[in-house]
Design a protein around this ligand. Structure first.
Ligand code: SF4
Length: 170
């Protein structure tokens, strides 16, 4: 799942590191073809991404502390120091699991709620609820589902395609 802000799954918890690794091993074990190249994200980095992508201002001191401990160039595996990050969280009195593994209530005020990214929160909630009920939303190129982004688009049309020239609420 993509639990990132401004997505329908922003309220969902991230899988635990062990679960992610288990899923990665499972998928890897299923691939028998030498023509398929399986790439996956390092689970410890995914954990930090889950924390910081949905974190709040309290994480600022963790960032500074981790930097002081030598956490730089984390995108390069050879420089990534997960233990130093965990030390930084501990020394700042912050539990990273609160941010990564906690399911949010739909009415919780989220740290990024003050940013207007175009797509409305009501739409994301609707999409979230549909996903929980396994209801597929049609490709909006076949008919607008009124996500709200058009308020930033001149003339109310998405992209340049002719099929977007009419935005109708479903
Ligand atoms: S057609 Fe545009 S406004 Fe409608 S759902 Fe798609 S992106 Fe949103």
């Amino acid at each position: 799942m993509f639990q990132k802000p401004f997505t329908p799954f922003q309220w969902e918890p991230q899988d635990r590191i062990e679960t992610l690794q288990e899923k990665q091993r499972f998928l890897k074990g299923k691939i028998k073809s030498k023509f398929i190249n399986y790439n996956y994200h390092e689970s410890y980095i995914s954990f930090l991404e889950a924390v910081f992508s949905r974190g709040d201002r309290r994480l600022t001191k963790v960032l500074i502390k981790a930097w002081e401990k030598g956490c730089k160039f984390d995108g390069w595996q050879e420089y990534f120091k997960f233990d130093k990050w965990m030390e930084a969280f501990k020394e700042c009195g912050i539990d990273p699991e609160f941010y990564a593994y906690r399911k949010r209530a739909l009415d919780e005020i989220l740290p990024w709620d003050f940013i207007d990214a175009g797509v409305s929160k009501e739409y994301l909630i609707k999409e979230y609820q549909r996903a929980m009920e396994c209801i597929l939303t049609k490709d909006c190129r076949l008919g607008c589902t009124a996500c709200g982004i058009t308020k930033y688009l001149e003339g109310g049309a998405c992209f340049n395609g002719a099929i977007f020239n009419k935005v109708s609420k479903n």
